[in-house]
Ligand binder design. Structure first.
Ligand code: SF4
Ligand code: SF4
Length: 407
């Protein structure tokens, strides 16, 4: 199947799904495995650190999708790893992943399922260890009930942002118990902010086999992050990249007309995904595609990481670089610049969920997860924003946008 036929095939799949003409039971036999333009090419696979799991370099971050047929076409296209979480779509995301595995009658050993447990921030205090473990276990049980599975392959402690969380003995104890009971295979955590230090700590400590981290082109040249990844890889930690393409087109409206062409079609998506995956420390990425066209573009990348001439022009374009530098990379460099102690990286992440993903559920749950007294409510009482980004993020502008979105 060449590129054109593949596009046609997915377009057809989209149309059929939209009109409801493809019954779920028929989907498996209707949709064929997507093959690369060059039939000799194979999907690129990498080993996920010491887990030894071999994965195609493109997985599916299910977070933003509520279309079960998108997952099924993803599977038929060769995707073998699906990433969900306890808090996505109020549990419906996990239900959808579990239903896909059953409906396509998958051999459970052939599919890798990740889920994540988010804890209430107010339970993170050391003295609330008992309550924290109880909530972790209760939410895990809920996840398993929704997934209808005996085990998950990778269980993540979701949204870890401090060294204390990385070395929290209570969560490690809970994960170890679940592992001993055969309910999880590999303990892991996800992290959005300050992660070089967290990743290094995890690598030294040796408990977490996998780390899910945000990585995108705005971090090109960020040696602290890249060195931490090299170090973690040398210690056997498997790394999965998230947020590889998100936010990057939010600033395009400020660019000259001749630069805008880069943002048409799938060029931006494939260039940015390739950039992240050309880093061989990344075993796989979990792009959160929501359309069949995006799935097509991401699956194409899994076969070929060579840049096209246009992708090189996009990545090297001065205006594109400037726009991308204004994307928050959650480095934590703004810490201490807000006189009221607001958690700015968390607000910038909230902005990304609202503006780039348009996912209001996750936007609100991120806002409500911010420690009391450090959220948007504080900004609303502040006259003028004086917080400073050490990169080029216009914090004041992003906060104004968040306020206007009434999240
Ligand atoms: S706003 Fe700037 S300094 Fe703060 S986390 Fe984002 S990129 Fe880093
Ligand atoms: S608006 Fe005020 S409270 Fe909010 S981050 Fe800026 S300086 Fe801090």
């Amino acid at each position: 199947m060449n590129n054109n036929s593949r596009r046609k095939f997915l377009k057809n799949a989209t149309g059929l799904v939209a009109t409801g003409l493809v019954a779920n039971s028929a989907l498996g036999s209707t949709i064929q495995h997507i093959k690369p333009a060059d039939e000799k090419k194979e999907m690129i696979c990498r080993i996920l650190g010491r887990t030894g799991i071999s994965l195609p370099i493109v997985s599916m971050g299910v977070m933003n999708s509520n279309n079960p047929n998108l997952l099924k076409v993803g599977w038929q296209s060769g995707i073998r790893h699906f990433d969900t979480a306890w808090n996505y779509q109020m549990g419906n995301n996990e239900r959808m992943v579990g239903a896909m595995v059953r409906e396509l009658n998958m051999d459970r050993k052939e599919v890798i399922i990740t889920t994540k447990i988010l804890l209430d921030r107010n339970l993170k205090k050391p003295e609330l260890a008992k309550e924290r473990k109880a909530q972790f276990m209760a939410r895990f049980a809920q996840s398993m009930d929704r997934l209808q599975m005996d085990y998950v392959d990778i269980l993540m402690y979701h949204d870890v942002s401090t060294l204390e969380e990385v070395s929290d003995p209570v969560i490690m104890e809970a994960m170890q118990e679940l592992k001993d009971q055969g309910k999880i295979r590999f303990p892991s955590f996800s992290t959005h902010v300050y992660w070089p230090e967290l990743l290094t700590a995890a690598a030294d400590q040796g408990f977490y086999d996998v780390v899910l981290l945000s990585l995108n082109y705005s971090m090109a040249g960020d040696e602290a992050s890249l060195n931490a990844m090299r170090y973690a890889a040398s210690k056997g930690v498997g790394m999965i990249a998230m947020k590889t393409q998100c936010q990057q087109d939010w600033y395009k409206q400020n660019l000259p007309a001749e630069t805008q062409r880069f943002y048409e079609g799938s060029l931006m998506h494939s260039a940015l995904l390739k950039w992240a995956l050309r880093n061989e420390q990344v075993a796989t990425a979990v792009p959160g595609f929501t359309t069949f066209e995006q799935l097509q573009a991401d699956v194409d990348v899994a076969y070929n990481l060579e840049y096209t001439q246009d992708e090189i022009k996009f990545l090297e374009d001065h205006n594109v670089k400037l726009a991308i530098q204004s994307v928050c990379r959650f480095c934590g460099g703004c810490k201490g610049t807000c006189p009221h102690g607001v958690d700015i990286p968390a607000l910038m992440r909230t902005h990304m969920y609202a503006a780039s993903y348009g996912n209001m559920h996750i936007t609100r749950s991120t806002i409500s997860g911010i420690e009391q007294g450090r959220g948007l409510d504080v900004c609303e009482q502040c006259g003028e924003c004086v917080a400073q980004c050490r990169n080029k993020v216009l914090i004041a502008g992003r906060i104004e946008e968040l306020k206007s979105m009434q999240v």
